[in-house]
Ligand binder design. Sequence first.
Ligand code: HEM
Length: 119
Amino acid sequence: MEDLKFGDITVPKGCNVWTLLGMVHQDPEIWGPDAYKFKPERFANGVRAACKYPYFYMPFGVGPRVCAGQHFAMTEMKILLGLIVKKFTLSLSPNYVHDPALALIIEPKNGVDILVRKV
Ligand code: HEM
């Protein structure tokens, strides 16, 4: 809405500023040297234990336009995952190639083949 000085950076009026969340979520400075690894267990003790600055973790955005469905989405995923692991064991197919690609969100470029076995 108006010219802005942010440190050494001048942001002219009318300019859109975007945060590259994909970069923030994989910054070794914040997540440690294994930042690029798919390691869900890093969240075992919560976001605070997983990274240096918890407010840098924003999978659902932040502020007044934060995702309206975030609690619904998390609850739905937990219920669904619970129902699935009750009946099946899941393991990663040897065909899987780790190649995260940044689209709107970070997505597996070649998909994820999962081996599903009945418990
Ligand atoms: C894992 C699932 C989801 C992820 C990662 C996600 C992520 C996001 C992100 C990053 C934003 C933008 C926030 C911003 O601008 O700062 C957003 C916005 C939004 N999301 Fe989600 N979302 C998910 C599921 C859902 C679901 C299930 C719903 C509805 C049932 C939903 C409804 C919305 C709405 C309405 C907005 C726009 C909020 C606004 O602009 O005021 N989302 N979401």
